[in-house]
Ligand binder design. Structure first.
Ligand SMILES: *Cc1c(COP(=O)(O)O)cnc(C)c1O
Length: 374
């Protein structure tokens, strides 16, 4: 079955009460036991499981081609769950450029608990090979990566990692399961900030882990989900399952508009550099085409000619694009990334990250052109 069809049907529940086509929302914390003490519908308590969470997790597993999925209260709760599967003294190799808070989580929170972390250029296979340590348990890949939209070779990294018994986890937030399936390229773990494209409307925080196989890691993630308790509530699970239904269509449009705008931006006199994996000028364009054959998603980073003040001015001159952090919603957003990340950010000061929404591409271009021209 094709993804468009799976996305619509994978999360549906049969409603035995009223025959509703849309999935009911089970706002219940607890479930009735039978006279013999058993749980006839399989649910006991909503931290352990809930029908809406089951439906969402099933849909995510199907779309990613994984064996099992786990929904969490935020993207970072999902990353935390993966780290919490490791023990003191284990080492995780992370990207030098990637989602800022994932690195901070490893460093600030997991570091004192004994998880060792080092960062490497995840686009350079020789550098990765050299950075692997005897206690490396996990390589964490993000591709396309925040905020420069660099591309890592998932398949090559998995081959290298697996030859040394190391697991590979991929943050697939920007590509979504529609444009890239890390499990089909060998990844053991896929993570999503469902807050972004999967929710798609900037109204839900969420995270998910999808496991290639049911194994010790997946059993441990299930225990972390239940015992650490950062589970996703039924209403948010419903909203995310609803978001999944239009994800293939939305990703097609986000990608088409971003590609058109990236090309136009590249020829704008106020622009120093455009980072977009779909452009022939992107250093890993050939790899991006192979790894993301259906589109390059809706994120563009632009470096403005001049300094940080110029870039901040462009971001505040935009009218249709709203100046805010986050990405993946129907509305376009612009973000001066360095000032959001904080003082030790390595992001260039003249960089503005754009999340291209679903407005008409001509209106978006008009706004970008006027903001760049003042
Ligand atoms: C937003 C984001 C996260 C974190 O997700 P939250 O829901 O904000 O916790 C992780 N990785 C990437 C690539 C993101 O964009």
């Amino acid at each position: 079955m094709k993804k468009e069809t799976q996305a619509i049907h994978a999360t549906n529940l049969v409603d035995e009460t009223a025959g509703a086509i849309a999935t009911p929302i089970f706002l219940t914390t607890t479930f009735a036991r039978d006279a013999d003490g058993s749980y006839p519908k399989g649910h006991m308590y909503s931290r352990n499981s809930n029908p809406n969470r089951d439906a969402l997790e099933k849909g995510l597993a199907i779309l990613e081609g994984g064996a099992k999925a786990f929904a969490f209260a935020s993207g970072l709760a999902a990353v935390s769950a993966v780290f919490q599967c490791m023990k003191s003294g284990d080492h995780v190799l992370m990207p030098a450029v990637g989602y800022y808070a994932s690195m901070k989580l490893a460093e600030e929170i997991m570091g004192p608990w004994g998880l060792q972390m080092s960062q490497v250029d995840m686009e350079d296979l020789d550098a990765i090979k050299a950075a692997i340590q005897p206690n490396t348990k996990l390589i964490w890949v993000e591709t396309p990566a925040n905020p420069l939209l660099g591309i890592s070779d998932i398949q090559a990294i998995c081959t290298l990692a697996h030859s040394r018994g190391i697991f590979v986890g991929v943050d697939n937030t920007i590509a979504t399961p529609i444009l890239q399936n890390p499990i089909s390229l060998g990844a053991d773990i896929v993570m999503h900030a469902t807050t972004k494209y999967i929710g798609g409307h900037s109204d839900v925080l969420g995270g998910a882990i999808i496991m290639k196989e049911e194994n010790d890691w997946s059993a441990r993630i299930k225990r972390v989900q239940i015992l650490m308790g950062a589970t996703q509530n039924p209403l948010d699970c419903y909203l995310l399952a609803r978001g999944l239904k239009t994800l293939p269509l939305r990703m097609r449009e986000h990608s088409a508009s971003a590609f058109a705008l990236a090309q136009r931006l590249e020829n704008h006199s106020a622009i120093e550099r455009v980072h977009y994996p779909g452009l022939a000028s992107h250093p890993q364009h050939a790899l991006a085409k192979r790894q993301m054959p259906h589109g390059f998603s809706g994120m563009i980073s632009i470096q403005i000619k001049g300094d940080e003040a110029n870039a901040r001015k462009v971001a505040s001159n935009l009218k249709l694009f709203q100046q805010a952090t986050s990405l993946g919603g129907v509305e376009s957003l612009a973000e001066h990334r360095k000032s959001i990340e904080g003082p030790d950010s390595k992001t260039p000061g003249n960089l503005v990250r754009l999340s291209i929404g679903l407005e008409h591409v001509d209106d978006l271009w008009e706004d970008l052109d006027q903001a760049l021209s003042v």
